[in-house]
Design a protein around this ligand. Structure first.
Ligand SMILES: Cc1cc2nc3c(=O)[nH]c(=O)nc-3n(C[C@H](O)[C@H](O)[C@H](O)COP(=O)(O)O)c2cc1C
Length: 230
């Protein structure tokens, strides 16, 4: 198909261009919600391994949505660090904008979309920082370049001169090599204790299948689940 026209009607061209793009193309996997496991992390891991096998690139990249102190929402991509019965984990600098959002409003939404399978997963719940030892272990498991980036710091602040970044990264890398046990104190492993987890499977006839897990019970260790209208 032709690209977006730049002359003439402008907006209409973009509208038509977008309308012409394929959606939910190719073979889609089956999803039988009646056969789903009792716990959402079990189904998540089942879908994640399915995504890897289907060749989804970076299936562990997700969108983290947060809310700032003034109520402004923010979303950005992040890597998933772990999933178990305690929740979904990611790591970030607590001094970054997302870290400040989480300090002001310790709740988050995570969303995954795997286009090859037309699958979406949405996770929401309160967020808590892990103890410093767990965050330090996560930091030290990162490759030297990633640690150096965090040591250089100032994530999301305006960059006025790219040479400043090059110099700071070089110095940070030297420091990481000199001090292999160095940990950035703001580096934080966060856990989203999911309250709601929704699995969405596209259907070419638009009868999409949605299965929603909700946490329940006095101890909050149980889950109910049910289907949603598409
Ligand atoms: C695929 C992908 C993975 C990313 N993983 C992380 C991550 O694990 N931690 C992180 O702090 N930023 C990660 N980033 C960068 C963030 O999207 C974001 O630009 C950065 O954290 C600053 O966000 P903030 O200004 O909202 O705090 C990733 C970006 C992409 C595209």
């Amino acid at each position: 198909m032709a690209g977006i026209g730049t002359a003439g009607t402008g907006t209409t061209d973009v509208r038509q261009y977008l309308r012409g793009l394929a959606v939910f193309a190719g073979d889609l996997p089956d999803f039988d919600p009646d056969a789903a496991p009792d716990r959402p992390e079990a189904l998540f891991l089942d879908w994640l391994t399915g995504a890897v096998e289907a060749g989804v690139r970076e299936p562990h990249a997700m969108t983290l949505s947060t809310v700032g102190a003034d109520g402004t929402p923010s979303a950005r991509a992040l890597l998933l660090k772990n999933v178990d019965r305690h929740g979904w984990q990611f790591a970030a600098n607590a001094a970054s904008p997302k870290g400040r959002d989480l300090a002001a409003n310790p709740v988050a939404a995570l969303s995954f979309y795997w286009p090859q399978q037309a699958r979406q997963i949405r996770v929401t719940g309160p967020v808590a920082p892990e103890p410093a030892g767990n965050s330090a272990a996560d930091f030290l498991a990162r490759p030297p370049g990633s640690r150096a980036e965090a040591v250089a710091g100032r994530q999301s602040q305006p960059l006025h001169d790219v040479r400043e970044l090059e110099r700071a990264t070089e110095l940070a890398l030297e420091r990481v090599e000199r001090e292999p046990g160095l940990v950035v104190p703001e580096w934080t492993l966060y856990t989203v204790r999911a309250e709601r987890v929704e699995f969405w499977q596209a259907d070419k006839q638009r009868r999409h299948t949605r299965l929603c897990y909700l946490r329940e019970g006095a101890e909050g260790e149980g889950w109910t689940r049910g289907r949603l209208w598409p």
